[in-house]
Design a protein around this ligand. Structure first.
Ligand SMILES: *Cc1c(COP(=O)(O)O)cnc(C)c1O
Length: 378
């Protein structure tokens, strides 16, 4: 299928390519000085004390769970409305994810009240997902976690550059936060991720576990700082490599402007689609001003309209997507629970329309015209 309007697009500039070629020409490809510089740039952009780069957002979630001390017998509360990696991560540590509901029909993020209801003596942590770039309601969640001695992990794979309701940057409100640099994400290098934390102890654990828990790395040994190593834990190979760090470093200076461009497109969509009686916009203008706009979902009034729109837009060459709630997937079917009904209704009726930093006004207008036409004809 060749789409006339793809769901998303990645803009790679000549400077991006030159930075990567420069890295290859240097002859040093595994984790080294460029990864270190990329970590500094990510920490600075997100306002976090420590950023530790890893090979994916999924690896970041796994290592955040390890650094949080999550293990067999523990329960970790995660929203059912998320990408599966959020729930897989505690399972990699032998723990059990407990799915929770969404906040409201127009807020796909977790319900703090529902999290509170699902806390048991076994609960060790909560993973708050900032869905589509919109931050979860972190202040009351922080209070709840503190009162119950729970670790608060943020899955900000979709939300680099977003802000909480109090204006602080996303990634600074939990104990650990996980970023993804997957190709669809706002800051993309292909595959990559990072763990952000204010705790130097947690940062040390993540740094150690991403590289087999070896007491010295290849770059240290290359520079003659160490001539041998010890192994002190069960670690992994979750390293980021230098070409991808170089690409990230080249792209990060444009990130703030690209997020603004995404927001401008979202505002245009909202203005044009908001008056349709059969469509509901998610979140509100204030939330839009703080989101970093990974995706633009709209709600249809019925499941049938969503199915119809997805098909009719595809026929017009316009690519869309949707997220299933985790508890309807076979792997998580055992977790089905009537009180996940808010998420289930949203999952059944939402559709994400094309969005990327370089989408132009004409394209947004064409998609809107087609959506409104198809809604009228449905
Ligand atoms: C993309 C994503 C991840 C996983 O990131 P990868 O880099 O693809 O491993 C985790 N959680 C959410 C919410 C995501 O959107």
């Amino acid at each position: 299928m060749t789409w006339t309007v793809p769901l998303t697009d990645v803009v790679v500039t000549d400077d991006d390519v030159a930075a990567v070629m420069d890295c290859y020409a240097s002859g040093w490809l595994t984790m080294g000085p460029r990864t270190r510089a990329f970590e500094d740039a990510v920490a600075q952009f997100t306002g976090s004390t420590h950023a530790v780069a890893v090979s994916s957002g999924t690896a970041a979630l796994h290592l955040a769970c390890r650094a949080a001390g999550i293990g067999p017998g523990d329960e970790v509360i995660v929203p059912t409305m998320t990408f599966l990696a959020t729930a897989h991560a505690p399972r990699y540590c032998g723990a059990t994810p407990v799915l929770c509901d969404s906040a409201s029909p127009t807020d796909m993020n977790l319900s703090v009240e529902d999290v509170s209801r699902r806390i048991t003596p076994r609960t060790k942590a909560v993973i708050a997902v900032h869905f589509c770039g919109y931050t979860a309601d972190l202040a009351p969640l922080r209070t709840l976690c503190d009162e119950n001695g729970l670790v608060l992990i943020e899955d900000m794979a979709q939300a680099i550059g977003a802000r909480y309701a109090d204006g602080r940057p996303c990634g600074t409100g939990g104990d650990l936060a996980c970023v993804s640099f997957f190709s669809k994400k706002q800051l993309s290098v292909g595959e990559g991720g990072a763990v952000l934390t204010g705790s130097s102890g947690a940062a040390d654990i993540v740094r150690s576990l991403r590289s087999h828990a070896m007491t010295s790395g290849t770059w240290d040994r290359h520079r003659g700082h160490e001539d041998s190593y010890d192994i002190v834990d069960l670690g992994y190979n979750y390293r980021l490599d230098e070409p991808r760090a170089a690409l990230g470093l080249a792209r990060i200076p444009r990130l703030a402007a690209e997020i603004d461009a995404r927001r401008a497109a979202v505002l245009r969509y909202r203005e044009r689609l908001g008056f349709s009686e059969r469509l509901t916009l998610l979140w509100d203008d204030e939330a839009v001003s703080r989101s970093s706009h990974f995706a633009f979902p709209v709600l249809t009034d019925t499941h049938e309209l969503r199915v119809h729109l997805r098909r009719s837009l595809a026929e017009a060459g316009i690519q869309t997507t949707r997220y299933p709630a985790l508890h309807v997937l076979e792997e998580y079917a055992g977790q089905t629970d009537a009180s996940l009904s808010v998420a289930e209704a949203t999952a059944d009726r939402h559709l994400c329309l094309p969005l990327w930093a370089g989408i132009d006004d004409d394209t947004v207008d064409r998609v809107c015209e087609r959506v409104l036409h198809d809604v009228r004809e449905a």
